[in-house]
Design a protein around this ligand. Structure first.
Ligand code: G16
Length: 540
C-alpha cells in the first residue's frame, strides 16, 4: 500500500459524523475538505476494483444553499454508487485521521482489490465558490493512489454521469466529452422536429430559469446548436455573483414555494422551465392571463411522458412492458390518473434517484420521476433490441414503422444514466410538440390535489425512521398514530414525514382537497414533529 499519511495531514477531519445520504455527502462546505480527499482515495480504489473503469466524482450540493457543498460518486455505467459502497464510503469519511490508512488496507483486502491496477477518475464540479478547492482535494486523493484524474471542470451532474458512461462503453482519446454530449442531445431533438405535426396549440418558445448555476452555462451551449428548432430565452444565468445560486429561483424554489422564479418579467401563458443548481431536475410552470400561478412538476412530467410512450408502444405493436415509478411525494391524483385512466402500472420507491432507478429496471420501458422533478426513462436491452429490429423491418406497415422510429429517436434523446434537466426538457418539448399542446392543455389533463411541502428542524433528524417507502413513520413512538388521527379531519387528506438525506431537516408532505386544507394539515403535522421529535429554533 502506498504511504498516504503525509497527505492526510493536509486534510484533517472536521465537523460531526456524516453519512453518504440521498445523493452522496452533503453539508456546509468548510467541513468537506477531508471528505473530498477521502472520496478521491475511494474512487481510485473503486476504479481499480472495477477493472480500471472510470469512476465519477461530482462536487455539488445541487438544490442546497450556496454555502453547502457535497461529493457524490458515480459508478461505471453512469449510475449512482452501488449501495454496499455507501456504507464503505461512510466509514472511510468518518475514520479518525490516523486510522484512514488502516481503513484503506481493510477495504483492499476484504474486497480483494488489486492496487497495482491503474485507476481512472473523472471529476466535475458545479459553480459554487467552494467547488474548485474541493475538486482539488478530491484530485489529491486519486493521485496519492497513483490514479489518473480527468478534470472535467464545471459541468452539470448529468453531464458527468454521461461522460463516465461514454468512456466506459468505448474509451477514446479522440472524444471531446462535452461536444459529444451537447451534439448527441441536440441532434436527437432536431431529428424529432423534422417530422411535421399539426402543432395546433404548441409554440416553440420557452423562458429558461437557470437557477444562476451550471444549468444556465450548459443551456447557453445548447442554444448555439439548436438553430430555430426551439427559442430559449435564458434567465438567472449569473454564476459569478456570490449568493445568487438557487436564490429565489430554480426548480426547488418554484416547487417548494409554488411561485414563479424571480429574475425576469413573466409573460402570461409562456412556459417557464426551471432547473436546479446542478441541472439534474426540472420543473415547468406558467402564470395565466389572470396572474394565477400553475405548477407542472415531476408528476405532470411523468404522466405526460408515460402516457405518450404508452401510445407509441401500443401504436407500434411492440410487445413491451411499460411501468412508472414514483415516490410517496407523488400527488395522489397523478397516481390515480396514470394507473386508472392510462392503465400504466405504478410502483412506489423510497426517495432518492437510486431507489427509483433500481425499481424502473424491472420494466422494458421504466419511467421514473420524483415530484421534485428528478427523473428519466430507462429502456431495457430487450426493448432497445426490439425497437432496433422493428425499425429495420421493411415489412412493417408505414403507420407502425413511424411509431417505432419515433421510439428509437426518443432513446437517443433521453439521458438514461440519470435524471437530466435539459434532456428531460427536450423530452417534454417533444411530447408537447407531437401532441400539439400548449402548457394549458397539458395542465388540464388532470388536476393535482392541492399540496404543501414543509420542513422542520429537530435536534437529531435520524430519530425519525420510516418504512413502507417512506409512507409510515416507525420512530419516534406515537408520531405516526398522531399523524393518522389528524389526517382523518381532511377529506382526501394524506400526510407523511421523513428525514431529508441532503439537508439537516425533516420534510413534511401534506395533500388535501383545498389549498387551505393542505396548508393547515401540513402546519399541524409540522407541530407534531416539532413537539414529539424535539424541534429546535422557532416553529416555522
Ligand atoms: C437529491 C436526490 C433526489 C432527492 C433530493 C431530495 O436531489 O438526488 O433523489 O429527491 O435530493 O432528497 P431529500 O428529501 O432526502 O433531501 P438533488 O437535486 O438535491 O441532488
Amino acid at each position: 500500500m502506498i504511504e498516504i499519511q503525509p497527505v492526510i495531514n493536509k486534510y484533517p477531519k472536521k465537523g460531526p459524523i456524516i453519512q453518504y445520504g440521498t445523493a452522496g455527502f452533503r453539508t456546509i462546505a468548510e467541513n468537506l475538505d477531508h471528505i473530498a480527499f477521502r472520496m478521491g482515495l475511494l474512487a481510485a480504489l473503486r476504479s481499480k476494483g472495477k477493472g480500471s473503469a472510470a469512476i465519477g466524482l461530482m462536487i455539488t450540493a445541487s438544490h442546497n444553499p450556496e454555502a453547502d457543498n457535497g461529493v457524490k460518486m458515480i459508478d461505471p455505467h453512469g449510475e449512482m454508487l452501488e449501495q454496499k459502497w455507501e456504507s464503505i464510503a461512510t466509514e472511510l469519511a468518518n475514520a479518525d485521521d490516523n486510522l484512514v490508512q488502516e481503513e484503506l488496507n481493510r477495504i483492499v483486502s476484504e474486497l480483494g482489490i488489486d492496487i497495482s491496477k491503474p485507476a481512472h477518475v473523472f471529476i466535475g464540479r458545479d459553480t459554487r465558490p467552494s467547488s474548485l478547492h474541493l475538486s482539488k482535494a478530491a484530485m489529491d486523493g486519486v493521485e496519492v493512489l497513483s490514479g489518473f484524474v480527468k478534470d472535467h471542470g464545471v459541468v452539470t451532474t448529468p453531464m458527468l454521469h454521461y461522460y463516465v458512461y461514454s468512456y466506459n462503453i468505448g474509451p477514446s482519446n479522440e472524444i471531446s466529452y462535452r461536444e459529444n454530449y451537447l451534439s448527441r442531445f441536440t441532434a436527437a431533438f432536431k431529428a424529432l422536429r423534422k417530422e411535421s405535426t399539426k402543432n395546433v396549440n404548441y409554440e416553440a418558445t420557452i423562458d429558461f430559469d437557470g437557477a444562476n448555476g451550471v444549468g444556465a452555462i450548459a443551456m447557453h451551449e445548447f442554444v448555439s446548436r439548436l438553430g430555430n428548432s426551439l427559442n430559449v430565452n435564458i434567465y438567472n444565468s449569473d454564476t459569478t455573483t456570490k449568493g445568487k445560486l438557487n436564490f429565489m429561483c430554480g426548480a426547488d424554489f418554484v416547487k417548494t414555494n409554488q411561485k414563479p422564479p424571480e429574475g425576469f418579467a413573466i409573460i402570461p401563458n409562456r412556459r417557464i422551465v426551471s432547473v436546479d443548481g446542478d441541472a439534474d431536475r426540472v420543473i415547468y410552470c406558467y402564470v395565466d392571463e389572470n396572474g394565477v400561478f400553475h405548477l407542472l412538476d415531476g408528476d405532470n412530467i411523468a404522466t405526460l411522458v408515460a402516457g405518450y410512450l404508452m401510445d407509441l408502444v401500443r401504436d407500434s405493436g411492440l410487445n413491451l412492458k411499460l411501468g412508472l415509478v414514483q415516490t410517496a411525494y407523488a400527488n395522489g391524483n397523478s397516481t390515480r390518473y396514470i394507473s386508472e385512466k392510462l392503465r400504466v402500472p405504478v410502483a412506489c420507491a423510497c426517495t432518492g434517484v437510486k431507489h427509483l432507478h433500481h425499481k424502473a429496471l424491472e420494466y422494458d420501458i421504466g419511467v421514473y420521476f420524483e415530484a421534485n422533478g428528478h427523473g428519466t426513462v430507462l429502456f431495457s436491452n430487450n426493448a432497445r433490441n426490439l425497437i432496433t429490429q422493428a425499425a429495420a423491418d421493411e415489412r412493417l406497415p408505414d403507420s407502425k414503422r413511424q411509431m417505432v422510429i419515433r421510439l428509437k429517436q426518443l432513446t437517443e434523446l433521453i439521458n438514461s444514466t440519470v435524471g437530466d434537466a435539459i434532456s428531460d426538457m427536450f423530452l417534454v418539448e417533444t411530447v408537447l410538440y407531437f401532441r400539439g399542446w400548449s402548457i394549458q392543455d397539458w395542465f388540464s389533463v388532470y388536476a393535482n390535489l392541492p399540496n404543501r411541502l414543509s420542513k422542520v428542524t429537530i435536534t437529531d433528524r435520524n430519530t425519525i425512521k420510516t418504512a413502507d417507502a417512506d409512507r409510515k413513520c416507525t420512530s419516534p413512538e406515537g408520531l405516526q398514530e398522531a399523524i393518522d388521527k389528524i389526517v382523518k379531519d381532511y377529506p382526501s387528506g394524506r400526510s407523511f414525514v421523513r428525514p431529508s438525506g441532503t439537508e439537516d431537516i425533516v420534510r413534511i408532505y401534506a395533500e388535501a382537497e383545498s389549498q387551505e386544507a393542505a396548508d393547515e394539515l401540513a402546519t399541524r403535522v409540522c407541530r407534531l414533529v416539532y413537539d414529539i421529535a424535539g424541534g429546535i429554533g422557532a416553529f416555522p
